[in-house]
Each structure stands twice: as structure tokens, then as C-alpha cells.
Design a protein around this ligand. Sequence first.
Ligand code: KG4
Ligand code: ZN
Length: 347
Amino acid sequence: MTTILGVETSCDETSAAVLEARGDAVTLRSLVILSQDVHRVFGGVVPEIASRAHLTAIVPVVARALGDARITVEALDAVAVTHAPGLVGALLVGLSFGKAYAFARGIPVVGVHHMEGHLFATALEHPDAVPPFTALLVSGGHTMLLDVEAWGRYRLLGATRDDAAGEAFDKVAKLLGLPYPGGPSLERLARAGTPERHRFTRPMLRANQRPDDPEYYDVSFSGLKTAVARWVEKHEGTVPVADVCASFQEAVVDVLTAKAVRAACERGMDVLLLGGGVAANSRLRALAEERCTAAGLTLRVPRPGLCTDNGAMVAALGAHLVAAGAKPSPLDLPADSSLPVTQVLVG
Ligand code: KG4
Ligand code: ZN
């Protein structure tokens, strides 16, 4: 049995988890997630403040994760930590901590890719959520459709041409005056709204698209954000904000689910997996379920608390890498703000 500490500090969550692994069978022993509320004052994540908040939180968060798992540090066999992508200062806090912690205990440290980590969150609860599958990863910084033939073999089918899905939620929330974090605030209001109130054009989604169309799997949200801004300007004060939220949310989830289901069917997959913070969105989950059922696909999606950033997914990926015989990371492994997930492609 291997006991792994997972550490995640790539954006505005300081998180640590303890995981026990026997081969690929994993048991989550603890998970602590400290969301940095301080950014609420600024209406968005301020990188320098995020780094400082991680610095204050990292030691107590890890101590709490060990305590909740009822283990002491001597029981750890390895440390897994996110080294890319994300805010470089924020990444550096977790990465430096992970390296020092592992070095002091004489155990390996494994640097992991944050987006690859999101792929591993589902398997924590659904042991059958293993490749091959099609994955839709939707977070604050990324939106991508991946063909996952096996763990470590990721083919990028499509991505956003501009804003990530979470970024679009956050920007639209901000223009509507909703509090940070924007995505969850917008979803809460959308529940009381009528999505049929206004049908926004679905960016890059047309019925007659063919696989050789360059827009077949790609998405784009910045035009949609502008369309919301124009519509709000035009109808200032006369349209309930809840209806704007519901109409915008419907456009985003319509495009995302249509493209993801399209990709899974086209690639002959049986399973579609969702991951990343936006996968916590209940309308996205419901529409994905509906469309997967209609297409004969099985949908796998983590519980909302494991969709957003957390140390458990980092520990799960670390455990997999250790079991697969991956070499420990060198102590000079850098933090990388923009490493693409396909760069971890093996073979
Ligand atoms: O994966 P994640 O926690 O952090 C990154 O890796 O970026 O994703 C955060 C993003 C934010 O943009 C946040 O607004 C969005 O996910 N998000 C949501 C919801 N929960 C988080 N967007 C829509 N609906 C939600 N319920
Ligand atoms: Zn994330």
C-alpha cells in the first residue's frame, strides 16, 4: 500500500489530501480545501494576494489533512504536487512546499499537471471511470475536448479559441454585478430565471458541421460574452438578471454538451467524462446526462466538490504515476504557468 499526500495551489484554493493506493485502487482518507475568500473584495483573483494566502495556509492545511486521515508524516510514501499550469506564484508555493516536505522526509515528490489531475477526480468515486473515454475539461483557465485512449495518452480534439468556459461565466457574472466567484453566483441566479427569454446565438455550433470543419470541436465564448453585454445595455433594468443568467448559461452548456457528445460518438467511445470547476454546474450536468442517455453514452462526472480544484485529484494522479513506475521529479522541477496537457502525452 502507498500513502500519498496531494497538494494543490495553482489558483485560489489551498488544498491537501491524503490518499491510500493499492495499485490503481484508491481510498481517499482526507481532503481539506481552503477557498481564498479574500479575492471577493476585488471581484476576481489577484495573483500576488493568492500567493501570499497560499503561503499562510499551506502548513495548517497539510497538517489538517494528515490529522483528518489520522496519520503522522512518517506514514507518507510520496508527495504529489501541481507544478503546472496556473498562476506561477501560486504554483510556486505548493511546489516549493512539496519538494521541501518530501526532501526532508526522504520520500519522492511527483510534480503533476493540473488538468490531467482533473481527469483523475472522477475515478476517486467511480473506479470504472478509466480510459478509454472522451473528456470535456472546463475550468477557469482551460476548455478542452480530449480523446483519452489510456492514462497519459491525451489527444487534443478541440479547445476554446478565446475565453475558457469558467472565464466566460466569471466575466458575465462580473458585468452583471454578481459576487466572486462568478460561476457559482451566476448558476444560483439562473435557477430562478427563464432560459427561453432570449436565445443567444450558439458560437461555433451549426447542424451541418462536418469533422473536417475546423470549428467542429472548438468552442468560443468571448463573442457570447459581448452579446450578453449588448443585450443587457439594450434592455437595462427591464429584463430580470436571472433571465440573463439562465439564457447565457443555456447557450454555454448547449454548445459544450453538443460538442462533447459529438466527439464521443465520432470517436466511438462509450463514456464521456466531465471535469474542471464548470462541471460543478448543475445545468451542465443535467443536459450532459440527458444527451448522453439519448446517444447511448455513459456520463461520468465527479461530485461538485471534486470538480473544482482539490488536492485529492492531485494525489490520485500522483498515486497512478507512482504505481506506473514514474521517476520522482527532480528538485529543480519548475513551476510552469502554461504547460499544455498534451505535453504530458506518453508514447
Ligand atoms: O477547475 P477550477 O476550480 O479552477 C481552475 O482550474 O481554473 O475552475 C474554476 C472555474 C471558475 O471560473 C468558476 O467560476 C467555475 O469554474 N465554476 C463554475 C461553477 N463552479 C465553479 N461555473 C459555473 N457553474 C458553477 N457551478
Ligand atoms: Zn482546475
